[in-house]
Design a protein around this ligand. Structure first.
Ligand code: SF4
Length: 332
């Protein structure tokens, strides 16, 4: 049996874990294709209108697997860290897919809920493994090996690689004459999806900039800056984006910061605003927000990116790092 893994949402976070788990159980895995206009259009046409772009895309990727896989894997991520939740859209994903897409093969749902205890999330893997093979010990052993692959992947990311450098091996990221480092803050399913991110990482590298992404930042540092915030952030991805952005700013790690967001994302609407306000009050690093949706095109996107990079370079060259604008409205 071939198990299909949609190349969307948390694929860029957990692919090594999922792939190795199923393969250790003795199953072949197949991944949906890279996002394309067809996949995006299929997603848009087969999803409820008010979903965010990444959820629509997930629908398109499931459709891409219909004739490639005997079963489709759909994780229900309720909580990925103890004491925290993840966006509610992930919780209803299996039901959304089942009600919107006709002709689905078997659906393998993983109930990943680490809210009370991370062991509960691992137990969900063992349950699936046992269901597929009838053997608890095989499921436990497969999970153990899959977790080792996942750990290795996360270690490489912490050394400065992006998931694209690991998964899309043809990309290459050598830069001659590095001009600086740009922090890119956004959900993994936006930053590393080459279609919706308009290849932003490759474009920045072609302009002579290294990129720093949330996956490069140690979780302990993220936790440390978030502990200093007036309120606890209980949404894992909100915390990761705000925390990694603050670590980059506080430690002077980047020459500029780009927030990449998708239209209709509830979490981004306040997390990125918070990051922007902290930046204006304390760090005053050049930053910009780029929001993508299903209508975003390369021309407008490139203009925003080039204008931002020009602004950083002109500021360095002529402004002596003092803003010509003066005190910002939100800076107080
Ligand atoms: S966090 Fe935002 S982009 Fe991600 S699934 Fe939720 S609403 Fe969509």
């Amino acid at each position: 049996m071939k198990i299909g893994i949609p190349k969307a949402l948390m694929y860029y976070t957990y692919y090594p874990l999922w792939k190795h788990f199923f393969e250790q159980l003795g199953y072949e895995t197949v991944v949906s294709g890279n996002t394309s206009k067809i996949i995006l259009n299929n997603g848009v046409m087969n999803c409820v209108d008010d979903a965010c772009l990444p959820v629509k895309l997930f629908h398109g990727h499931v459709m891409d697997l219909l004739d490639k896989a005997d079963a489709v894997f759909i994780p229900r991520l309720t909580s990925i860290n103890p004491g925290e939740f993840i966006c509610p859209k992930f919780i209803g994903l299996p039901e959304m897919i089942k009600s919107s897409i006709k002709g689905l093969p078997d659906v393998l749902v993983l109930d990943h809920n680490a809210y009370r205890n991370i062991k509960n999330a691992y137990k969900a893997f063992v349950d699936i493994g046992k269901k597929l093979t009838g053997s608890t010990s095989m499921a436990v052993q497969s999970l153990k090996l899959a977790r080792m692959s996942q750990k290795k992947y996360e270690t490489i990311l912490k050394q400065g690689e992006t998931p694209l450098d690991i998964f899309e091996t043809g990309e290459g990221h050598e830069i001659n004459n590095v001009k600086g480092i740009i922090g890119l803050v956004g959900h993994p399913y936006l930053l590393y999806d080459q279609y919706v991110s308009m290849r932003i990482i490759a474009k920045l590298r072609n302009m002579g900039y290294r990129v720093m992404v949330p996956e490069n930042i140690e979780n302990t540092l993220i936790q440390e800056v978030c502990n200093r915030l007036p309120k606890k952030l209980f949404w894992s991805y909100g915390k990761k984006l705000l925390g990694s952005g603050l670590v980059m700013l506080e430690n002077n790690m980047v020459d500029g910061l780009i927030f990449l967001s998708s239209f209709a994302c509830g979490i981004d609407s306040f997390i990125l605003e918070l990051l922007h306000r902290y930046n204006q009050r304390r760090y005053r690093v050049p930053c910009t927000l780029i929001t993508v949706d299903e209508h975003t095109g390369h021309a407008g996107f490139n203009t925003r990116l080039e204008a931002f990079i020009d602004m950083i370079e002109w500021r360095k060259a002529y402004d002596n790092n003092l803003s010509t604008y003066g005190t910002s409205v939100s800076g107080g």
